[in-house]
Design a protein around this ligand. Structure first.
Ligand SMILES: Nc1ncnc2c1ncn2[C@@H]1O[C@H](COP(=O)(O)OP(=O)(O)O)[C@@H](O)[C@H]1O
Ligand SMILES: [Mg+2]
Length: 367
């Protein structure tokens, strides 16, 4: 069943030895019915704590959590009707796959016939229809995680919570399971919160991503928004790769900003919510794949010396030393016969206004 979920100014303070740790700091988020939202951020940024508060394993120090309009902030775990999938599967080793998935249904007192039907459907859904007689130690890591997922899904939780469920799997299986979990979540239309520190996972699986840093929300948006309109330098740097160059605002125009970088003036796209005035310091953000190389050109925003050139099959990666001791990274799609530049050569890089943005220079780069 798909329901809405609301976090309003939720904080959690832990006592750690003599210190107080603000693990989660005024997090607000509205999740739509049937939506999949991932919490993305570095280790220790508060993802798990936020998820555990939604589940009811932790009680917020401040703020409220509501599910389908009902305030559940102080409702115990077992009355929240929530499914939680853990990183370590937590299967019962002495029970068959069937009994593992049936466990919660037995606790609920369902009839044997209903249990048989629901377990069958659940295992079918995760692609393990033929494995019900096996035991956890006869399953691969990926299969165990599917059983863990089926066990939660047969209970038809109002909200599905998953905390780094794929991190114990090898890289190839992880990529396969991303699409599997997403397919199942969409098929059931279940509202889902998913924790990961893996940006690839977040970009491929989410309707929206909540990027967290030091207990706070940096940005909430669709994968496209997060990638192309990062709200902060933290987001620009954490998701994908970004060149960040100090600049100064020369003019504020309709839809664009004119920035001066190293004596040249370039236009960039004005991001919604960004407010600049002439003379402000700013950080120019442009992704490596959005720079195009050319032989040394008078008007190009960047000119420098190729420091390293790495051939990756589909693309050439260049590190280019520009003025002021900075290095920019450029990804140049490769095809046979295309002009390439060698280490030591001088090269220029340019970009379209539409693919570059300016962010407030909170780190004082340009001063
Ligand atoms: N039970 C606890 N007691 C004290 N500190 C905790 C506890 N749980 C988490 N923390 C601290 O809260 C911060 C956020 O942790 P966590 O939510 O686990 O981050 P993440 O899941 O993003 O890696 C960390 O500094 C962590 O050490
Ligand atoms: Mg965690």
């Amino acid at each position: 069943m798909a329901v809405t979920l609301e976090l309003a100014q939720v904080s959690k303070i832990f006592q750690k030895d003599r210190d107080l740790v603000r693990a989660v700091d005024a997090v607000s988020l509205s999740v739509l019915a049937g939506e999949m939202v991932t919490f993305l951020g570095p280790s220790g940024c508060g993802k798990t704590t936020t998820l555990r508060m939604v589940a009811g394993f932790e009680i917020p120090s401040a703020g409220t959590i509501s599910i389908a309009g009902e305030d559940v902030t102080n409702v115990p775990v077992n009355r929240r009707d929530i499914g939680f999938v853990f990183q370590n599967y937590a299967l019962f080793p002495h029970m068959s796959v069937f009994e593992n998935v049936a466990y919660g249904l037995r606790v609920k007192g369902l009839s044997e016939a209903d249990i048989r039907m629901k377990v069958g459907d659940g295992l079918e859904l995760v692609g393990l229809g033929k494995a019900e007689g096996r035991f956890p130690n006869q399953l691969s890591g990926g299969e165990q995680q599917r059983v863990a997922l089926a066990r939660v899904l047969v209970l038809e939780p109002r909200v599905l919570l998953m905390d780094e469920p794929l991190s114990n799997l090898d890289a190839k299986l992880r990529i396969h399971m991303r699409t599997e979990i997403r397919r199942i979540q969409k098929h059931l239309g279940v509202t889902c919160l998913y924790v990961t520190h893996d940006q690839g996972e977040a970009l491929t699986m989410s309707d929206r991503i909540m990027v967290m840093n030091r207990g706070r929300v940096e940005q909430v948006g669709t994968p496209f928004e997060i990638y192309s309109d990062p709200a902060t330098l933290f987001v620009a740097d954490f998701i994908g790769q970004a060149n960040v160059v100090p600049a100064r605002v020369e003019a504020v125009n309709e839809g664009t900003l004119a920035l001066s970088i190293g004596g040249r003036v370039v236009d960039v796209r004005a991001v919604k919510g960004g407010s600049f005035t002439r003379g402000d310091g700013a950080a120019l953000v442009v992704r490596p794949e959005n720079l195009t190389l050319q032989d040394e050109g008078e008007d190009a925003p960047f000119t420098g010396t190729v420091r390293t050139r790495t051939f990756l099959g589909g693309r050439m990666e260049y590190e280019i030393a520009i003025a002021s001791g900075r290095t920019i990274l450029v990804f140049d799609p490769y095809r046979p016969g295309k002009r390439t530049w060698s280490e030591g050569e001088t090269v220029s890089a340019a970009f379209d206004a539409s693919v570059a943005v300016a962010l407030p220079d909170r780190e004082g780069m340009s001063s």
